[in-house]
Design a protein around this ligand. Sequence first.
Ligand SMILES: Nc1ncnc2c1ncn2[C@@H]1O[C@H](COP(=O)(O)OP(=O)(O)O)[C@@H](O)[C@H]1O
Ligand SMILES: [Mg+2]
Length: 255
Amino acid sequence: MSEAERPPVLRTAGLGLRIGAVPIVDDVSLAVREGEFLVVIGPNGAGKTTLFNLLSGLTPATSGSVTFAGRDVTRAAPYQRARLGLGRTFQTSSIFAGLSTRENARIAAQAHLGGSADVLRSASAARVPLERAEAALETVGLAHRAEVPAGALSHGEKRKLDLALVLCTEPRVVLLDEPTAGMAVEDIPELVAVIQRIHRDGHATVLMVEHRMDLVMGLADRMAVMHHGTLLAVDTPDRIVANETVQSAYLGDPL
Ligand SMILES: Nc1ncnc2c1ncn2[C@@H]1O[C@H](COP(=O)(O)OP(=O)(O)O)[C@@H](O)[C@H]1O
Ligand SMILES: [Mg+2]
């Protein structure tokens, strides 16, 4: 099957969240191709985080549907979507500060594997989460910090650990909501390189909210623009930058 013929790995149809009478996310229909790197942009309050919450299941939709890997997951809980391969970054608070970086990753891998009997049965199977944890730390460039208590990691390293925890769940699709937020500018290129590695070597489809256009232009296969809860445009970065509707949504702020 060619790229174009392949069914989208993640698809929404008329997806919405209404709180009282207020539409927070409104009628979003989006199809994400397997292996795609899709960047979501839009002004503050546009509904980007809410859209990701609807995709991951953190917030149940009030209208429309979410299809993931060929299944309707609209009513599925976040852990069920995660089991199917829909990964998202955890809140930083899910890091156990007193445990080592390696142990944090091992726990994430163990939690994802669940109470799988095989894991509990034999010593060799018990190594699976540990091996997965080690591989994830290697991918994000934290292998040399495996012994360090996670609480002692720098802010940039904690962001990398966030990514490692997602990798421990062997995701097919990864949702990253502003992964570079609060990072020192000089640490950003390295984190971006890690995300690219997850995309290319991990063969993951990536959906990422990111504001820095300089960063995004070279990363995105396509960009989705959110504005007032709606999906304004989905197109290649070049065409998005040239799109007049998109430009006016930013009220003259050059993209
Ligand atoms: N649970 C909620 N109750 C009321 N308003 C909410 C809730 N969640 C989000 N909002 C509002 O929805 C809008 C979109 O928020 P959000 O998805 O966080 O935007 P973004 O991530 O694009 O900045 C904002 O105006 C926010 O205040
Ligand atoms: Mg947000």
